[in-house]
Design a protein around this ligand. Structure first.
Ligand code: AMP
Length: 187
């Protein structure tokens, strides 16, 4: 089963992805985490990605698609995966469709996290204090929300039209949101 968690930065996809991964027994693949690990390790990929990330821009598709295909093609993901922060563009969504269909697979479910901008900004500023992420500055936060609206939000319609999408209210507590995710993706 392949599941996508779709929503703006700060919507809680990472936390809910971990809970869901444990419950359904699938690995979570978070492209943002993979990129941050590459930056920290100082790999070439990390060096290429860093300036985009720090500015709140999307990392080019070629870099992301290499990463995701490696992860989706790994043994861990042979029964599927939960994707957090990917796809973020229609081009990425089409590429992952092509990759999955080449092995007779597909995207089964998309959970769309719905939340107001003010709540997102509050959460991201809080997280900046806790995690010290270099892209949780107010300029980068504003940019990431704009990039989400322009480049990622069109995916809502893309998946809605396929009838695989469930919208959930992502404003409540972690437990409340986890319950909504569980309704959308029963074990
Ligand atoms: P995230 O942790 O998902 O909020 O991602 C942090 C940053 O990593 C984003 O602001 C982008 O710069 C980059 N990133 C993560 N996932 C993707 C993706 N699927 N496509 C392009 N850039 C990405």
């Amino acid at each position: 089963m392949n599941i996508i968690l779709l929503g703006a930065p700060g919507a809680g996809k990472g936390t809910q992805g971990d809970i869901l991964a444990k419950r359904v027994g699938l690995p979570k693949i978070a492209t943002g985490d993979l990129l941050r690990a590459a930056v920290k390790a100082g790999t070439l990929l990390g060096q290429q990605a860093q300036s985009y990330m720090d500015r709140g821009l999307l990392v080019p598709d070629e870099i992301i698609l290499g990463l995701i295909e490696e992860k989706l093609g790994s043994k861990d993901a042979r029964h599927g995966a939960i994707m957090d922060g990917f796809p973020r563009t229609i081009a990425q969504a089409e590429a992952v469709d092509g990759f999955l269909s080449s092995r007779g697979d597909q995207i089964d479910s998309v959970v769309a996290f719905e939340i107001q901008d003010e709540t997102l900004i509050r959460r991201m500023i809080g997280r900046a204090g806790e995690e010290g992420r270099s892209d949780d500055t107010s300029d980068a936060i504003r940019k990431r929300l704009q990039v989400y609206r322009e480049q990622t939000a069109p995916l809502l319609q893309f998946y809605e039209e396929r009838g695989v999408m469930a919208r959930i209210d992502a404003t409540g507590s972690v437990d409340e949101v986890a319950a909504s995710v569980a309704k959308a993706i029963p074990s």
